[in-house]
Ligand binder design. Structure first.
Ligand SMILES: N=c1c2ncn([C@@H]3O[C@H](COP(=O)(O)OP(=O)(O)OP(=O)(O)O)[C@@H](O)[C@H]3O)c2ncn1[C@@H]1O[C@H](COP(=O)(O)O)[C@@H](O)[C@H]1O
Length: 106
């Protein structure tokens, strides 16, 4: 269990999204399309914020799982591999967050 990674969940999502199985929530989400997945991601983000501010660790962990799952489904629908996100995060480790913000001209 400790070895489980987001890469493995990404692979499960890809397999289930393309399965077309009626019992698959991932396949159902894919069928409903990017607007529905984006809406769900927003809902899960709000639920995560509420849990962070007013609920216990177990509830917050559950909401973070829902959030990460829907984020991975969104990336799948947009055709962006998790490896691309990881590569960008790795690139950003070369600078501090404030330096990165300044480089964007913000
Ligand atoms: N990690 C998840 C995961 N996290 C959350 N969810 C689903 O996300 C939904 C969020 O709950 P909500 O109450 O907000 O949504 P809802 O009311 O069901 O949906 P709406 O009516 O709002 O559209 C629930 O149906 C959860 O089951 C997930 N569904 C699937 N996975 C993973 O994806 C794999 C494949 O799932 P299937 O595609 O269903 O086989 C599973 O084995 C899991 O590993």
């Amino acid at each position: 269990m400790a070895d489980f990674s987001l890469r493995q969940l990404e692979a499960i999502i890809a397999e289930r999204a393309n399965s077309g199985e009626t019992g698959s929530y991932t396949a159902l989400l894919k069928q409903k399309g990017l607007p529905k997945v984006s809406q769900k991601l927003g809902e899960e983000a709000v639920e995560t914020i509420i849990a962070a501010l007013s609920e216990g660790d177990e509830a917050l962990t559950g909401e973070v799982c829902d959030l990460l799952y829907h984020l991975l489904v969104l990336l799948h629908l947009r055709g962006i591999p998790l490896a691309t996100v990881e590569a960008e995060l790795q690139r950003r480790t070369a600078v501090t967050g404030l330096q990165e913000k300044a480089s964007r001209g913000a």
